[in-house]
Design a protein around this ligand. Structure first.
Ligand SMILES: Cc1cc2nc3c(=O)[nH]c(=O)nc-3n(C[C@H](O)[C@H](O)[C@H](O)COP(=O)(O)O)c2cc1C
Length: 135
């Protein structure tokens, strides 16, 4: 199994409905290839975590890259994984504000370092907690 995290720029004209459409088709498609994860949207950006078998995740990522609803995708983290963080979600959806997105840029800043699985898990946990606290 691998876990992949990328960030991309949402198309400037993207609507909430279009984001919902992405989540709907993800939830429809992902179970067939046992992919789980979350999609965060806000501040003109997407951030997505994809977890699953290497071939499945990479194939899905390449497909997602072609989608005109976003551009400039950059992988921030990719690593073998023994277990799923988002096992309950075929694709969880989170609406985030730009401030919370700044948190993700912490990961981005560390992109050139090797981020190990536990650091990643810890960072995602803190991020999820921040989102909960913000509500
Ligand atoms: C940011 C973003 C994330 C996406 N995530 C997924 C995903 O996790 N799973 C998926 O099947 N499609 C995802 N899509 C949609 C795909 O690009 C594509 O539109 C969809 O898989 C096509 O589905 P279809 O073959 O049922 O028409 C995503 C698109 C964007 C822009």
């Amino acid at each position: 199994m691998i876990r992949l995290l990328y960030i991309s720029r949402a198309a400037p004209t993207i609507s909430n409905e279009q984001v919902q459409d992405i989540l709907l088709s993800s939830r429809q498609n992902n179970p067939a290839s046992s992919i789980t994860g979350i999609l965060v949207h806000g501040g003109g950006l997407f951030m997505q975590v994809l977890e699953g078998q290497e071939q499945d995740v990479l194939r899905k990522y390449v497909k997602i890259l072609d989608d005109p609803r976003h551009s400039g995708a950059e992988i921030l983290y990719i690593s073998p994984a023994n277990n799923r963080i988002f096992g309950k979600w075929s694709m969880g959806g989170i609406k985030s504000d730009p401030l919370q997105f700044q948190y993700i840029s912490k990961l981005r800043a560390r992109r050139l370092e090797v981020i190990d699985a536990s650091t990643f898990t810890e960072t995602m946990r803190e991020f999820a907690q921040m989102l909960r606290d913000a509500k």
